[in-house]
Design a binder for this molecule. Structure first.
Ligand code: ISL
Ligand code: CA
Length: 538
C-alpha cells in the first residue's frame, strides 16, 4: 500500500520559546524560526511541529490558551505566522500545530464569561457542587495538585492540569462547534495537521469517585472513553477529511489495545498516537521517581509496540521528557556515539520518526544547580507535593533535577558565541554551559558530527523502501545487544545495536553497510561501545 506523506516524512518538533530569538527579549519567536528554515531544510525534515504559539498567560508555557485564533505577541504577529506558513511551503515543508482542547486558560473569554455568571459559558466547563462540604470527588491531577478549584459559592471547576487550565465540557455540543471552527480557521490558513494534546482524556464519562491509585485516581472515568472515540470520529468526518492533513494524538496511559482503538485506520479516528510505555522504562510508578535505566526494558517495550501496532510514532524526546542522550545514552565520554546510536534506532524502526530540537546535535539535560533555576510548573508542584510528604530537600532536588521537563527546554545551542547564539538578551531559561562545545556550528564542522549522521539517517530512510515499509522482525535481545531486521519482499536490513560501554563480540554480518555510527564499511564481528550498524543483507 502506498504510504501517506506523514508516514514517509520526518517530523521536527520546535519548542518556540527555546528555538531562536530574533529580537533580543530572551524568548524564541516566529521570525527566529523563519531564520532557521534553511538549516532545517538542509537537515532534510519534511514536517514541523510547533508547540503552542497561541495567546496565553503562560502558566504552562502556552498549553493554557486564552485565544485560539491569536498568536502570542512574544512569538510575533499573525502576519509572522502567515509568513512562516508561506516560507515553509516554498521549501516543501509542512507545519502541524499543537491542538490543546482538553482545557483552555482561565483567562480565555469563555471562562471569564462563565465566571461573570453567563450560563451558556458556564456549561463550557466542568463545574460541580462540593459533596458534604468537601470536594466533588477524590480524583488526582497530572500536575500533583488538587484537580478542583473554587468556582464560586459551593461550586468547583475541574482542572486535570494546572488551576489556570480548566477542563472543557465535551458533553456540550456547543464546545464541539467552537473547536470545529478553530480547526477550520487554521487548516484554511494552510496548516497540515495537528498534534492533539492529551486527546484521549476529553470525555469525562462520569464524575464519580475513582478507585484509589498512586497517581491519577479517577482516571478510569476519562481515559479513552467511548465519548472521546465518538468526538474523534466526528472531527475526522466533519473537518479533517476535507483537508489533506493528519493528526497525531498525545495519548496518555495507552496500552497496545487502546492505542489500536485510537489509530487503527479503519476506525477513522487519529492517524497516529504518541504512546508512553517506552518512556516509562526508567521510572517507578510515577515519572518523578526515576530508577536506574535498563536498556532491556526500553528495547523490549519498543519491540512489543513494533509488533503490536501497524504504524508507530518514533520518538525518544519531546518538551516533556529529559534529553535522551543523558537518560538512555552516555552524555560524557560517549555522548557522540550514543546520541548517534539512539538516533539510528529511532530511524530504523517502523513508523514516523520525530526529532526534538537539539537532538540532532546531542544536546544534554540542563545543568541546573537549584530549584530556583527551574521554571516548569510541574517541577515546582512536585517539589511542593514531595515536601508535604516530608521528603528532604536534597532528595527532592535529586529527583527533580533528573526528571524536570526544563531539562529539554533549555535554549537551542547554535554557536559558541554569547548565549549560544540563541539570543542577544537574557535567555528566559538558562543555557547549558556546555554550549561552548555542544552547538550546531561546532557539530557541523566536526568530522564525526551528530548532525551529519542525522542527515544520513534521513536520507537513508527516504531512499530505502525496506526501512520505510518493511516489516519489523525481532532477532535477539540479550546482554545489551539488540538485533532486529526490517524485511520487505524477501529483502532485509539487519540492525545491530550495542547498548552499553562494553565491547561485544557477535557473528560477523556480511552485506552492504548502510549506516554505521563509527563510520565503518565492513562489519567484523566486534561491536564497540554504543555502536550501531545497519547492513543490507545479500
Ligand atoms: O509530561 C508529563 C509529565 O511530566 C505528562 O504527564 C504530561 O503532562 C502529559 O503528557 C500531557 O502533556 C501535554 O499536556 C500538558 C502540557 O503541560 C504538556 O507540555 C503537554 O505535552 C497540559 O496541556
Ligand atoms: Ca523574541
Amino acid at each position: 500500500m502506498e504510504l501517506k506523506w506523514w508516514e514517509k516524512g520526518i517530523v521536527y518538533q520546535i519548542y518556540p520559546r527555546s528555538f531562536c530569538d530574533s529580537n533580543g527579549d530572551g524568548v524564541g519567536d516566529i521570525p527566529g524560526i523563519i531564520s532557521k528554515l534553511d538549516y532545517l531544510k538542509d537537515l532534510g525534515i519534511d514536517i514541523l511541529w510547533l508547540t503552542p504559539v497561541y495567546a496565553s498567560p503562560n502558566d504552562d508555557n502556552g498549553y493554557d490558551i486564552s485565544d485560539y485564533k491569536a498568536i502570542h505577541p512574544e512569538f510575533g504577529s499573525m502576519a509572522d505566522m502567515d509568513r512562516l506558513i508561506a516560507e515553509t511551503k516554498s521549501r516543501g515543508i509542512k507545519i502541524i500545530m499543537d491542538l490543546v482542547i482538553n482545557h483552555t486558560s482561565d483567562e480565555h473569554e469563555w471562562f471569564k464569561r462563565a465566571k461573570a455568571g453567563d450560563m451558556k459559558y458556564k456549561n463550557y466547563y466542568i463545574i460541580k457542587k462540593g459533596k458534604d462540604g468537601s470536594l466533588p470527588n477524590n480524583w488526582g491531577n497530572f500536575f500533583a495538585e488538587c484537580p478542583w478549584e473554587k468556582f464560586c459559592d459551593d461550586e468547583y471547576f475541574l482542572h486535570l492540569f494546572s488551576k489556570k487550565q480548566p477542563d472543557l465540557n465535551w458533553h456540550n455540543p456547543e464546545v464541539y462547534e467552537e473547536i470545529k471552527d478553530i480547526l477550520r480557521f487554521w487548516l484554511d490558513k494552510g496548516i497540515a495537521g495537528f498534534r492533539c494534546d492529551v486527546i484521549n482524556v476529553l470525555c469525562k464519562e462520569s464524575l464519580a469517585d475513582g478507585k484509589k491509585q498512586l497517581v491519577l485516581t479517577g482516571r478510569e472515568h476519562y481515559l479513552s472513553k467511548e465519548g472521546t472515540h465518538d468526538i474523534l470520529r466526528r472531527l475526522r468526518s466533519d473537518v479533517f477529511d476535507r483537508y489533506d492533513c493528519f493528526t497525531v494524538g498525545e495519548t496518555v496511559f495507552v496500552n497496545l489495545k487502546t492505542a489500536n482503538d485510537l489509530c487503527a485506520p479503519e476506525r477513522r479516528e487519529l492517524d497516529m498516537v504518541f504512546a508512553f510505555e517506552h518512556m516509562e522504562c526508567d521510572q517507578i510508578a510515577v515519572k518523578w521517581f526515576k530508577t536506574r535505566f535498563k536498556p532491556e526494558k526500553l528495547m523490549n517495550t519498543l519491540f512489543r509496540w513494533q509488533q503490536g501496532l501497524e504504524w508507530n510514532t518514533l520518538y525518544f524526546e519531546n518538551h516533556d521528557q529529559p534529553r535522551s542522550v543523558s537518560r538512555f545514552g552516555n552524555d560524557t565520554k560517549y555522548r557522540v556515539e550514543s546520541a548517534k546510536m539512539l538516533g539510528a534506532v529511532n530511524f530504523t524502526l517502523k513508523g514516523t520518526p520525530f526529532i526534538y530540537e537539539g537532538q540532532e546535535i546531542g544536546m544534554t539535560n540542563g545543568d541546573f544547580a537549584k530549584l530556583s533555576e527551574i521554571k516548569d510548573i510541574e517541577s515546582r508542584n512536585v517539589d511542593k507535593m514531595l515536601k508535604s510528604m516530608f521528603i528532604p530537600k536534597w532528595l527532592r532536588w535529586k529527583l527533580i533535577r533528573k526528571t524536570s521537563r526544563d531539562n529539554a527546554r533549555t535554549p537551542m545551542q547554535w554557536s559558541c558565541s554569547e548565549n549560544a547564539g540563541f539570543t542577544t538578551g537574557t535567555p528566559w531559561l538558562q543555557i547549558n554551559k556546555n554550549y561552548l562545545t555542544v552547538n550546531t556550528e561546532s557539530d557541523r564542522r566536526a568530522a564525526d558530527g551528530i548532525y551529519a549522521f542525522y542527515r544520513s539517517l534521513i536520507r537513508t530512510r527516504t531512499k530505502e523502501r525496506i526501512l520505510l515499509e518493511g516489516d519489523f522482525v525481532p532477532v535477539s535481545a540479550k546482554n545489551n545487544l539488540y538485533i532486529y531486521k526490517r524485511v520487505l519482499n524477501g529483502n532485509s536490513i539487519i540492525c545491530i545495536c550495542n547498548f552499553s560501554k562494553k565491547v561485544k563480540k557477535i557473528k560477523p554480518v556480511g552485506g552492504k553497510v548502510l549506516l554505521s555510527n563509527y563510520g565503518i564499511s565492513v562489519q567484523d564481528g566486534v561491536m564497540k561501545p554504543y555502536e550501531f550498524i545497519a547492513v543490507k543483507e545479500e
